[in-house]
Design a protein around this ligand. Structure first.
Ligand SMILES: N[C@@H](CCC(=O)N[C@@H](CS)C(=O)NCC(=O)O)C(=O)O
Length: 237
């Protein structure tokens, strides 16, 4: 290989590959493979915006089976979206991706994961609440009300009402928590709050503003949903 010589700061000579033989610079921009309108893809885009991390969305066409090809399954074996490729590092699960972005770019944008051991434990508690007590019910409600009808499957109204009632009961507890602290993990905003935005927005769009009637929840929801990051991606990542 042709080498070019460079004098280092300590006077030593370093050998670098010749510019004549150099390869185009590697594209370091974070790539999100997803669907711009989907909740999980918007969750990841939202976190990237909060951390001022530029990204490129690689739009997949699920109707065409882009998520079922062997090449796709090698990256995301559950055939779900999104996954990221960060200069060769591949990761799926929107919340894991959110944690990765918040940790890798901890020094920039909004701090979203606490570092103190107890604050971190309280953050994990809040993040777990979002996953187990909120998002699943919101998604199942959306499946009944939006996605099943789109596929020609009639909405099961009893089931939809049950999911909505569960969300309302859970949000009554949120209202108690948010009466004592500003955010779900304490007095600082965290990923646990932001993770709610895509699922919560579906309910609002379906005309079920479950946040508004609960004063503390309403204050919290209005604050997080008016953030620039969410406004930028709420309709499309
Ligand atoms: N737990 C996963 C869920 C991923 C997921 O369900 N993605 C949906 C879009 S929000 C999807 O790709 N659905 C396509 C399919 O299941 O065929 C995450 O948070 O990333």
């Amino acid at each position: 290989m042709v080498l070019r010589r460079l004098l280092g700061p300590n006077g030593l000579t370093h050998h670098l590959p010749s510019l004549d033989h150099h390869h185009p610079p590697h594209n370091m921009v974070l790539k999100i493979y997803g669907v711009s309108w989907s909740t999980c893809t918007r969750r990841v885009a939202l976190i990237a915006k909060e951390k001022n991390v530029p990204y490129e969305l690689v739009e997949l066409d699920l109707a065409k089976g882009d998520n079922k090809t062997p090449a796709y399954l090698a990256k995301q074996p559950f055939a779900e979206t999104p996954y990221i490729d960060d200069d060769g590092f591949v990761l799926f699960e929107s919340r894991a991706i959110g944690r990765y972005i918040a940790t890798k770019w901890a020094a920039q944008g909004t701090p979203l994961i606490p570092t103190d051991v107890k604050a971190l434990a309280l953050f994990e508690q809040a993040a777990s609440i979002e996953l187990t007590s909120f998002d699943g019910y919101a998604v199942r409600y959306a499946v009944e009300k939006i996605f099943n009808p789109q596929k020609g499957i009639a909405t099961n109204e009893d089931r939809a009402a049950e999911y909505l009632k569960t969300i309302e009961n859970k949000l009554d507890v949120y209202d108690q928590i948010l009466g004592k602290q500003k955010y779900l993990a304490g007095d600082e905003l965290s990923l646990a709050d932001l993770f709610h935005l895509p699922g919560g927005y579906i309910l609002v769009k379906l005309g079920k503003d479950v946040f508004d009637p609960r004063p503390n929840v309403s204050r919290w929801w209005n604050e997080i949903s008016s953030r620039h990051s969410w406004q930028a991606v709420k309709e499309s990542a």
